[in-house]
Design a protein around this ligand. Structure first.
Ligand code: SAH
Ligand code: MG
Length: 207
């Protein structure tokens, strides 16, 4: 990652600490593009896409970014991670798509990043393309996390990687669903083995 790319990713709005962002970049830099494109669930304003995107562009592949852009439960008014300026006043709902687009444009990644605007399970049920890399950072409630595991992880190609964000084995550090509904079932399936960890990010490889 060039210093300019890194600075742009760090400056982007969102929820990705620099060390975990660099781990995203590292995993993307090592993908085998012959396995398929990469896909992230949960893009928000594009911060994680700015870590994954440059590496995937250099590997000659694409990043599909699935998000309904209406925010997760914890982003809504009255919740911990709400950002009031992201509400579309005409609609009365959050809308992160305009910032996402601007962020991807300004980073020169429009040739790599494909926005898929919609509900993650709805998109997943129509999905058939094998993935070289899957990054799950969508809804962190129990049901959304379970559905993202169930519906998206079967698409990771053998030899591909599954990246999971906000994995907190100790409940004191944060919400449990990504740990309980995605990370543990992935390991228990026998299909994935853990390759590395950085902060709350886990990198698993599909056997
Ligand atoms: N990866 C981002 C943070 C993602 S926050 C970053 O680096 O900053 C979680 C995102 O998941 C939110 O943008 C929210 O809109 C999205 N999300 C939550 N539930 C979803 C669902 N069911 N379908 C699509 N997107 C969803
Ligand atoms: Mg996250």
């Amino acid at each position: 990652m060039t210093p300019a790319e890194q600075a742009r990713a760090e400056a982007a709005r969102g929820f990705m600490p620099p060390d975990e962002g660099l781990a995203l970049w590292q995993a993307a830099a090592e993908v085998d593009p012959s396995l398929g494109p990469a896909l992230e669930v949960g893009s928000y304003c594009g911060k994680s896409a700015l870590y994954l995107g440059p590496a995937l562009r250099d590997r000659g592949t694409s990043l599909m970014c699935v998000d309904h852009h209406r925010g997760s439960e914890e982003n809504q008014e009255g919740w911990e991670w709400h950002e009031p300026d992201l509400v579309d006043p005409a609609v009365g709902k959050m809308d992160t798509l305009p910032i996402f687009r601007r962020t991807v444009h300004d980073a020169g990644l429009e040739d790599t990043v494909v926005a898929i605007v919609g509900d993650s399970p709805r998109v997943a049920r129509l999905w058939t393309t094998p993935l070289s890399l899957l990054f799950i950072d969508g809804g962190h409630g129990e049901e959304p996390a379970r559905l993202d595991y169930e519906l998206w992880t079967p698409h990771v190609a053998v030899g591909g990687v599954l990246l999971i964000h906000d994995v907190f084995p100790d409940a004191a550090d944060g919400g449990r669903p990504p740990y309980e509904q995605i990370y543990l079932p992935a390991l228990a399936s026998g299909l994935f083995t853990e390759e590395s960890a950085q902060g709350s990010l886990r990198v698993l490889r599909r056997q």
